[in-house]
Design a protein around this ligand. Structure first.
Ligand SMILES: O=P(O)(O)OC[C@H]1O[C@](O)(CO)[C@@H](O)[C@@H]1O
Ligand SMILES: [Mn+2]
Length: 448
């Protein structure tokens, strides 16, 4: 690991509430301290908007919630809204990141305080703490507000947006389904679906603060035009490892650990890729979150909903969707597709910390022939949300995390990146100033 690129010493996080009018220096965890970084924009603008939307939506829907969950649930709405409003005030006034009473979170907070704030927990504040920690804490606190209620503990404030995300992309989904059903399992088709999976990641709802993002048009037809926007394509290693593993041990079951990101259209693209992958591997384990996360992230309920929805009368206009979903149901029933829930994905930890924080999950991941990590947040956690020099080797940025060979498919929506060839970042920057956060560019990076 080249010492010069690794942020061994913590950044100086000013505790005098002064922000810095620049973007991040090299080698520090991203924080909102730097006014010109995307972290600042997120904490200053995007997160308050997301929270306000939840509060408004709950207030608007309280009668409906009362009708479907009972009068007491209607009263619960008031409790949750009160807690969220108080929480919003903490955030916008840069209060400390308070303890939550949850051991794993509280000790992580102490760890952050030790690393960056000389152990003073009260100094870990919204604008000065590492962005990754703060943004994860944001969703944890939203979830905690619902835990104060009696009847809304498992209420998902983002469910409707996630479902709408798929509904609005139905036509494109049907075109993709047609492609999947009518094509063979050649290398070219599999590569096409890998790229489809990559670009499916443009459809997250967090970047848009919850505004509808749908796929329009036939994604397969759009791939040619999108190829110039792939900044790093190491996907050949993925296919090679699967092939070599089969040749070396034809009787050993091959499995892929597929760490999902967003529900809705992105999940649909993941299923299309997984469908064709079944000709190469024996089993795919899909890793999902356990609580509503970054608006559109997939839960087990979203996984099940999508397949059910496709089989239901609501998709009868698109028989290809029904047909494909029947096949996917079969994979689930035969356990060739499994859903694995783990709380670790909703911890604030970067992945280089997984082995200590959740040795069991780490060891489960080591058993896969290959791993796929979808999306921007997974990428941020892979490289520790650090402002690496963009040509830092991806493997170095992982800081030892590599439980099995892994492929990251990510469209760029946060200002951290590693693994680019020297000079490329500058080239792209001269064409598009917001290339790191616009979601226009993508990477397929591999490590083993
Ligand atoms: O769904 P993804 O691809 O992980 O994206 C999540 C989004 O949330 C962010 O973490 C910022 O809110 C960005 O990194 C990204 O825009
Ligand atoms: Mn997401």
């Amino acid at each position: 690991m080249p010492e010069k690129n690794v942020p061994t010493s913590p950044p100086t996080c000013p505790t005098d509430l002064s922000l810095i009018d620049s973007t991040y220096p090299v080698g520090v965890p991203l924080t909102a301290t730097y006014r010109l970084g995307f972290a600042f924009k997120t904490i200053n603008l995007r997160l308050p908007v997301i929270l306000t939307k939840i509060i408004d939506q709950l207030s608007r829907d309280k009668n409906e919630i009362g009708e479907s969950c009972g009068q007491e649930a209607r009263d619960d709405v008031k409790i949750v809204v009160g807690a969220l409003a108080k929480f919003k005030n903490e955030m916008v006034t840069n209060k400390p990141i308070y303890k939550t009473g949850c051991k794993i979170w509280d000790s992580y907070l102490e760890h952050i305080a030790q690393l960056y704030f000389e152990g003073v927990v009260e100094d870990v504040k919204w604008y000065f703490a590492p962005w990754l920690h703060v943004e994860c804490y944001f969703y944890k606190r939203i979830h905690d507000a619902f835990q104060l209620s009696n009847h809304l503990k498992s209420f998902d404030p983002f469910r409707k947006q996630k479902e709408d995300g798929f509904e609005c992309s139905k036509k494109s989904s049907a075109q993709l389904a047609e492609y999947v059903l009518s094509s063979d399992s050649s290398d070219a088709v599999l590569q096409t679906l890998l790229e489809v999976g990559l670009w499916g990641n443009r459809c997250d709802l967090s970047l848009s603060s919850g505004e509808e993002v749908s796929q329009l048009g036939n994604l397969v037809d759009q791939l040619q035009g999108l190829r110039n926007f792939v900044l790093c394509d190491e996907s050949a290693n993925f296919w090679k490892i699967l092939k070599d593993a089969k040749t070396a041990n034809p009787d050993n079951p091959l499995t892929v650990g597929y760490v999902l990101d967003n529900a809705g259209f992105e999940l649909f693209t993941d299923f299309c890729l997984a469908d064709k992958l079944m000709d190469r591997v024996d089993r795919i384990d899909f890793y999902v979150k356990t609580t509503p996360w970054f608006i559109s992230d997939a839960l087990k309920t979203d996984f099940d909903w999508l397949i059910e929805r496709m089989c239901s009368g609501d998709c009868s206009d698109f028989p290809v969707l029904v047909k494909l979903a029947e096949r996917w149901k079969g994979y689930v029933l035969s356990k060739r597709w499994t859903v694995v829930e783990s709380e670790f994905w909703t911890y604030p930890h970067a992945y280089f910390e997984m082995q200590d924080a959740d040795p069991e999950l780490y060891s489960t991941l080591t058993k896969h022939t290959h791993l796929i990590f979808k999306g921007d947040l997974n990428y941020r956690k892979l490289i520790g949300d650090v402002s690496w020099k963009p040509d830092t080797p991806f493997k170095d940025a992982l800081r030892g995390f590599c439980p099995a060979p892994l492929l990251s498919l990510r469209t760029l929506k946060a200002d951290c990146i590693a693994g680019l060839r020297a000079g490329l970042a500058e080239e792209i920057e001269s064409k598009s100033q917001d290339w790191l956060v616009s979601g226009e560019y993508g990477i397929m990076q591999h490590a083993q």
